[in-house]
Design a protein around this ligand. Structure first.
Ligand code: ADP
Ligand code: MG
Length: 254
């Protein structure tokens, strides 16, 4: 097998909030086009971990290298300008969509390329229509977020992130706020991105997605990675009893 340079490389990542040590030394490599699914109980540090990967949260120590740049090393983070540039390469999708409520779907998608990249409105609109096609929402281009369902809002949020042509996409529980019948349409878009070769780090409780789309499943508990491996191993023969307990609890919910 061809050995590649990881596109994300994390070593000894630590982060506290006050006295509370939330990340206790995380190590992880992500290869280009890999889909890494991060699971674990609430409060285990999954969101904090993702936020440290794009500098939304400063790490206390350890090293994060992503998209060819050292984001943080031993508590020193990239400066604001370089950080903004890095965030163009690292797209993020949140549970709560975070669309601009006063902008239409297409304007939510074009605002980044226009304001940050200086792209013309015409070109930004053309690219946004292609992205709306990809997420199945061409007909909603001029809809305001308030008139969209949660699943549609999340698909616009994904299109908005893609408009910056990121190299890595981070998803933090992108379907957790959705009514059950809308989860599938969002997962389907994420699956499409995965098949197109997008590098993705996905925090989710959707175990079918993890099993089907994940290349690696990372199990976090108490601020550490307790185990990581291919879904076939993690779901059928996990090494840790805490993984078994967590999976039993999540799967019994469905
Ligand atoms: P998860 O996403 O796995 O549920 P989080 O990363 O959100 O976990 O949180 C891990 C721990 O860090 C929790 O105990 C949470 O209360 C705490 N935490 C997260 N963000 C903050 C913050 N901004 N300030 C203080 N504590 C925080
Ligand atoms: Mg979280």
């Amino acid at each position: 097998m061809k050995t590649q340079e990881p596109i994300v490389s994390i070593r000894g990542l630590r982060k506290s909030f006050g006295e509370h040590l939330v990340l206790q030394g995380i190590d992880l490599d992500v290869q280009p086009s890999q889909v890494v699914v991060i699971i674990g109980p609430s409060g285990s540090g999954k969101s904090t971990f993702l936020r440290c990967c794009n500098g939304l949260e400063p790490a206390d120590s350890g090293r994060v290298e992503i998209c060819g740049r050292v984001l943080t090393d031993a508590g020193h983070m990239l400066g604001d300008l370089a950080l903004n540039r890095l965030r163009e390469d690292v797209g993020m999708v949140f549970q709560s969509f975070n669309l601009f409520p006063h902008l239409s779907a297409i304007d939510n998608i074009t605002i980044g390329p226009r304001k940050v990249r200086g792209m013309s409105r015409q070109q930004a609109n053309a690219e946004a229509m292609d992205l709306l096609d990809k997420v199945g929402l061409r007909q909603k281009a001029h809809a305001m977020p308030g008139s969209l369902s949660g699943g549609q809002k999340q698909r616009v949020a994904i299109a908005r992130a893609l408009a910056m042509q990121p190299q890595v996409m981070l998803f933090d529980e992108p379907t957790s706020a959705l009514d059950p019948e809308l989860v599938g349409e969002v997962l389907q878009v994420m699956k499409l991105l995965a098949t197109e070769g997008m590098t993705m780090m996905v925090v989710t409780h959707e175990m079918d997605f993890a099993r089907e789309v994940g290349d690696v499943v990372v199990v976090m508990d108490g601020g550490v990675v307790i185990e990581a491996g291919p879904p076939s191993t993690i779901f059928t023969n996990p090494a840790q009893s805490r993984t078994r307990d967590f999976l039993r609890a999540v799967l019994s919910r469905n």
